[in-house]
Design a binder for this molecule. Structure first.
Ligand code: FES
Ligand code: FES
Length: 167
């Protein structure tokens, strides 16, 4: 066992983990952060995506010991005071999900994408989330959701607000 100290969703944890424990298993099984899900055993679905020191990573490709001393943010840590993060709100409003299994990882990857590119084109969104697979939506509404959130995150008006203003 190895002791690690991490901050997860704003709270400090110190835990003993086996050196082989994957970050996703530490989050789910030791911390109960089951909002982060496992969708494959080949590291290609992206459902397990979290932020490690602000960057999106597939938490099934990172050992828990590699997160020692780091800040981890999961889908459970992005709402504030009961208010959804703009990316969560946009996925809801733009119907960017169906079964919802890919959604936690898709949202975490999309936030990182918009942090790097505040005004992504369709192609840039598709390229930015290419490591995250969705079996349901066909991606079109996900692209719209990411662009709506990008507008809100950069302080611009959102598509739904614009539509509302025109109504
Ligand atoms: S669970 Fe599929 S990439 Fe991590
Ligand atoms: S909404 Fe079902 S996998 Fe994406």
């Amino acid at each position: 066992m190895t002791q690690i100290s991490v901050r997860v969703d704003g709270a400090a944890y110190s835990d003993d983990v086996e050196p082989r424990t994957l970050l996703v298993h530490y989050l789910r099984e030791q911390l109960g952060k089951v909002g982060t899900v496992v969708g494959c055993d080949t590291s290609n679905c992206g459902a397990c995506t979290v932020h490690l020191d602000g960057e999106a990573v597939k938490s099934c490709t990172v050992l828990a010991v590699q997160a020692d001393g780091s800040e981890v943010t999961t889908i459970e840590g992005i709402a504030s005071n009961g208010t959804l993060h703009p990316m969560q709100k946009a996925f809801h409003e733009m119907h960017g999900l169906q079964c919802g299994f890919c959604t936690p990882g898709m949202i975490m990857a999309s936030i990182d994408l918009v942090n790097d590119n505040p005004n992504p084109s369709d192609d840039e969104v598709r390229e930015g989330i290419e490591g995250n697979l969705c079996r349901c939506t066909g991606y079109q509404n996900i692209v719209r959701a990411v662009q709506q959130a990008a507008a809100e995150m950069s302080g611009g008006s959102t598509a739904s607000e614009t539509l509302g203003a025109q109504a």
